[in-house]
Design a protein around this ligand. Structure first.
Ligand code: WTA
Length: 682
């Protein structure tokens, strides 16, 4: 492995060069494209926040007296016992709604049934057809259905010994049962750890062991492009490397043959256990600060961090951002909201399930690819289901652009009212295309900046109120004190690049890293003392709008998926032919950021096309397909400074230089370049 790197991102990268790995060209284009879009008047009329003035009034209230603001918001939801204090803040530890007792499953499901809305739709789901030629499968679940199913599955979990506080691992396809399992965990106070279905057996094993989870929920598979993805096989492989897991529950989705019970009594079919389960299971009153879930995300070292979110603050923040940012209206019977993320990421947690359901607006879930059976799959879904709010990632938008305007053009998208984007900076070209071809120049676009750690939206337009400019995520949400600062915490003047920080606690902030207090303090609170350090570089324009440039640390956003370059490096050096590797981001037309890997081989190993392919597949196997390098470059040695540090900036420059010329399997001699750079800098 390369020399272990600690997170001293802020020291290593000057703000001016912030975001070297997120080179989707956003910054250059921003300079040419400063067109502004005022919120459409007819939209503003019925929006929750009707003008920028109103946004500013609420924003100032929320900053001047956060306890009053958030207390009033929390009052809209159900509490078994009201809190004693809204906030207790001992940097870096926040406690929100201290002493309050609530349950997130209750607020997502039971509260609606109790208020007479049991027959209202909660989840609309569409999956790929079970067999070729059949129509796609559609399922509709009301709040009453969801109450029954979550209660039953909660009883199943209890019958397998799961108690409040026990971590339950989920590795599932995008089916309603994933939402049911998540909510069932919340119902009984068992924190979930959802692992994205694209991760490898190794990744599952690491996460299960880190969370010390003894129960895992999975499926025989999920459909993608007409083929079952064999999830259970991957679980079996993961569990052959650890004997921690005593119970595996398998939902049958595909009829893909699977092996059950390699170890006696371990594996059970979901439907067998559900058959006899009682549908009565009251929601456990949870302390506001009880752990709701752990979600693993990449950092600057090889080991992913288990980000911890607790109950009360996360609930209120995701509820309120869903309401305002997507302008959700429970009284509007046509409202149908669709977020295309996977529940395996924070976006799916917060904006498919937890934030949306308490708003009493149905959430649409989709299982499958955006271009199967055809490149108009999403537009066909929007037309048939009459989706009103649509939330996706810039990388998807860039792919749609490439596939051609005619695909959305064939469909009636007039039901759409708000379009959202998340996950990485959006280049103005993609923004403009989205606005025109999907939004019909009619729908406000909300470019939402936030992170796994922040739990919910932090900087985002409010449709109806905020004037938008392509490429800018505009203004902080209510209660969010965001700023751009220098390394010593001084606020930067307008347009000057700096570090994006949050200066005051917010309800859905992470409460820690599971099992690693030191890393929590060091990563987020030590870089710029006193403030939450986001790891992004940004600037603020003279009007006060934020422009996020990208990460300033060794994290990259590949197709909006967060990866640590060190993770990919560890995967590469675990291959027997590799001596050393250094991974950096490179511009990529669709992914925004692609992965370039510089590799030195062990003595006796020869570079070849076959070895390249083998290394790419190896990374896929070690981490998951999302981490496969786009480019492998063999070099005789990695360029290093005299003190032995890898010259990452030089590698980034090389990776930004486009395709490698000539025979791609020849050894590059980077030491010459390194020497040159050293004498330049001397
Ligand atoms: C990036 C995803 C620019 C950013 C919710 C952040 C964005 C990282 C935006 C978090 C945006 C997310 N504009 N960059 N609107 N949204 N990012 O934890 O670099 O998967 O730090 O959370 O994505 O990624 P994560």
């Amino acid at each position: 492995m390369t020399s272990p790197r600690t997170s001293s991102a802020a020291k290593a990268v000057s703000p001016a060069s912030a975001g070297p790995d997120n080179s989707n060209g956003a910054m250059q284009s921003i300079m040419h494209e400063l067109r502004q879009f005022a919120p459409p008047v007819d939209f503003a009329v019925r929006a929750h926040v009707k003008s920028f003035k109103e946004y500013e009034r609420l924003y100032h209230q929320s900053i001047d007296n956060p306890e009053k603001f958030w207390g009033e918001q929390a009052d809209r939801l159900h509490w078994f016992k009201k809190w004693d204090r809204v906030l207790e803040w001992n940097l870096p530890d926040a406690k929100w709604f201290v002493g309050g007792k609530t349950n997130l499953c209750y607020n997502c499901v039971d509260r609606q049934v109790a208020d007479g809305l049991g027959d209202k739709l909660a989840i609309v789901w569409e999956g790929e057809p079970m067999r070729e030629g059949q129509p796609p499968e559609v399922r509709r679940l009301t709040y009453r259905d969801l109450q029954r199913e979550t209660a039953k599955f909660a009883n199943v979990l209890k019958s397998k010994g799961v108690k409040k506080g026990d971590r339950v691992t989920l590795y599932m396809p995008m089916v309603p049962e994933l939402a049911i399992a998540v909510l069932a965990c919340a119902r009984i106070g068992a924190p979930h750890s959802v692992i994205f279905g694209g991760f490898s057996a190794n990744a599952i094993k690491d996460r299960v062991e880190d969370a010390q989870s003894t129960i895992l929920i999975t499926a025989d598979g999920g459909f993608r492009r007409g083929k079952p993805v064999p999830l259970k096989d991957t679980v079996d492989e993961a569990l052959s490397m650890t004997n921690l897991v005593k119970t595996v529950i398998v939902y049958q989705r595909t009829e893909n043959p699977v092996k059950m019970t390699p170890a006696p009594g371990r594996d059970h079919w979901w439907h067998d256990l559900m058959r006899d389960a009682s549908d009565q299971c009251p929601c456990e009153p949870m302390d506001s600060e009880d752990l709701l879930f752990i979600l693993y995300t990449s950092g600057t070292t090889g080991k992913p961090k288990g980000i911890m979110h607790t109950t009360g603050g996360y609930m209120v923040h995701t509820y309120l951002t869903s309401r305002y940012v997507f302008d959700l209206h429970e009284e509007d019977p046509s409202e149908l909201y669709w977020c295309t993320a996977d529940v395996g990421w924070i976006t799916g947690h917060s904006y498919i399930i937890y934030g949306v359901l308490p708003n009493r607006v149905p959430t649409f879930m989709y299982e499958g690819a955006p271009n199967s059976p055809g490149p108009d799959r999403f537009w066909d879904i929007i037309e048939r289901h009459k989706i009103t709010k649509f939330y996706t990632a810039p990388t998807a938008i860039r792919a749609f652009m490439k596939w051609g305007d005619e695909h959305p053009g064939k469909h009636d998208l007039s039901s759409l009212k708000v379009l959202g984007t998340v996950g990485e900076p959006i280049n103005p070209e993609a923004w403009m295309w989205y606005q025109k071809h999907i939004g019909g120049d009619r729908c406000p676009i909300v470019d939402t900046w936030w992170q796994t750690e922040t739990g919910g939206h932090m900087i985002t337009p409010i449709p109806g109120a905020t004037t938008t400019t392509p490429g800018s995520c505009t203004r902080p949400f209510f209660g969010i004190d965001a700023a751009i600062v220098s390394k010593d915490g001084q606020e930067m003047p307008p347009n000057a690049g700096g570090f994006l920080v949050i200066r005051k606690p917010w309800p859905s902030m992470l409460r820690g890293i599971w099992g690693d207090r030191e890393r929590f303090v060091k990563t987020y609170w030590a870089e710029i003392p006193g403030f939450y350090f986001a790891g992004d570089g940004a600037r603020r324009d003279p009007e006060g709008n934020f422009w996020v440039m990208g990460r300033v640390d060794d994290v990259i956003n590949v197709s909006g998926h967060r990866l640590g370059t060190a993770e990919v490096e560890s995967a590469l050096v675990s291959h027997p032919a590799v001596a050393e590797s250094a991974v950096v981001g490179m511009p990529h037309e669709i992914k925004g950021t692609g992965i370039a890997a510089f590799v030195t081989l062990k003595a006796g190993q020869k570079p070849s096309e076959a070895l390249k392919e083998e290394l790419i597949q190896h990374v896929g196997k070690e981490i998951g397909a999302i981490a496969k390098p786009d480019q492998i470059r063999f070099t005789d040695a990695l360029p290093k400074t005299r003190s032995g540090k890898i010259m990452r900036r030089l590698l980034r420059e090389l990776a930004h230089g486009g395709e490698v010329q000539g025979d791609t399997t020849t050894l590059e001699d980077l030491s010459v370049l390194a020497n040159l750079r050293q004498s330049e800098e001397a």
